[in-house]
Design a protein. Sequence first.
Length: 386
Amino acid sequence: MLQIMEGSHAVAEAVKLSRPQVVSAYPITPQTHIVERLAEMVADGDLNADYICVESEFSALSSCLGASAAGSRVYSATTSQGLAFMTEVVFNVAGMRLPIVMTIANRSLGAPLSIWNDQQDSIFLRDSGWMQLYAEDAQEATDLHFIAYKAAENYDVLLPAFVCFDGFILTHTFEPVDVPTQEEVDAYLPAFKPYQRLDAKNPISFGMYATPDYYQEFRYEINAAMTRADKVLREAGAEFGEMFGRDYSGLVESYRLDDADTAIVALGSVCGTIKDAVDEMRDDGKKVGLLKLRSFRPFPAEDVKKALAGVSNVAVLEKNLNIGSRMLGAVGLEVKDAVYSSGIPVHSYVGGLGGRDIRKKDIKMITEWAEKGKDDCFFGLREEVL
């Protein structure tokens, strides 16, 4: 049913429909509305789950870890400093192969303190072993939660997942969202059947001490599972498309890219602005297109290589900063690696940090920079404050 909803409330509805058995989270801007709404649902009897109130984000994910190890479907949400506070547990969850789904309302990291959007918080945990999915709008953010649970709980994967959507830009904006019924979601996402769990009658251990004789093999297995997640996510997205009419079988999405000379690559809500800028540049006779990345982990390198095969230049619009590297953004590193053998020049342009607006004129400017071969750089800098 189509409803006008705040992005955070749409995500809360998706979580409720996924039937989590345990929810634990600590409120932090701009994620708070998600867990507030879920707390209301539990209190009102609309969601049959245990809601664990905790004193910190570290405790929130620790509670989720224990609940997942005990065999429950589990959910949490956080952002920015809260996610950074969870870092130790983030790695533990992946290492124990617990299929937790957590929403990240992307927000800048301090210092200086900022409550506004960029994607540094999730990007810095790209090597933690969590799948990372990025939404362009509230509808995609809603749908990706069902797909994330489906893929995470698949026995060929058994890895946790971030579903990332931009703080304030999406979390606090009202949009029309097609919310499925509980019966429809139950048909797509069956009840959770843990692969293994803590059981006093059949005791096992999670997260044990590993000597050098064993540790490397655990990391190898996480990487192998992430590689398998590529196929599982596609299958889950295709099945979702068949049932709901919105196809997520691709981990990338092209817009006016077929005959493009220059491609812009990006994640998240900025893709909507890029589409508008592409349309205007097309009207002016410039052959420009967009490649939207829906998944950053697993990174769909072959899809990126295929999609960009016909272009002459690539401009990666980054809302993160890869400090100390010639390639300024982490996404650009991945894209450059994917197309390395083709010799296509890839440039990383960083902007929008700390919630700064990215305007159509900025997108047109970095397109011109890429066409002229301008090296990786920041855009939208206020030179007068440097």
